[in-house]
Design a protein around this ligand. Sequence first.
Ligand SMILES: [Zn+2]
Ligand SMILES: [Zn+2]
Length: 252
Amino acid sequence: MSNRRRSHNSNQPLQKRVLSPFFKFLKPGLDFVLPQMCLLCDEETEKGMVCDNCLDYLPLVNPPVCQHCGRPVKKGPLCHLCKKEGRLDHGRAWMVFIPPSDRLIHHYKYRKKTKLAHLFGRAMASLIHADHLLKNADVITPVPLFWWKRLRRGYNQAALLSRIISEETGIRTQDILKRVKNTKTQTRLSESEREKNVMNAFTLHTNSFKNQNVILIDDVLTTGATMNECARVLKEHGATEVYSCVAAITPG
Ligand SMILES: [Zn+2]
Ligand SMILES: [Zn+2]
């Protein structure tokens, strides 16, 4: 570890030290003149929200992966969840949802660090470019939030990703699905409770995707209950194949 790194770690981050207690009030205007801090290590970083060093150590998904959802597996072709009840035809994921990538997702989803959408969206677009099925899809669509949750959070994290991925890949993005049930947060639910929780939670805004291949976009895929339910609705209404692309996925 370098001296520079040691000296930084022993101190409070510069922005907080200088600006407290007016930190919150002054920060937006001073972001241009003060260095940014990495969300994971509190080191100064010149660009983005994560420093190059932390980016190098993110746990990325490596093969072998489940052919349907993109989850890392010890042995293929499918993970135990897709073997049981998989409705996705194919999928890719960027990071494994373990420390420290779970902290990044938490910042993105619950702490309004929406600039992370650029980091995640570009990485997901690269996965799509490199995948023979995903790159030829007709449309991408975000997993929707219930209107109340969207209003409270101020944004749909999946919709921000869809916009960036669309810009990067040239595949059109469209809000196809609508969440009509205010489902419980899935974190503490078992596999079967999750399935029940999202059952009939989605309807359609449009059916302009008939006979087309659709990529569902979300920040995290855990048991796949939400994605499977979205895929079921899309296929019932005429989608040819349904794929997924997510920023992070739980290990197999
Ligand atoms: Zn860092
Ligand atoms: Zn799978």
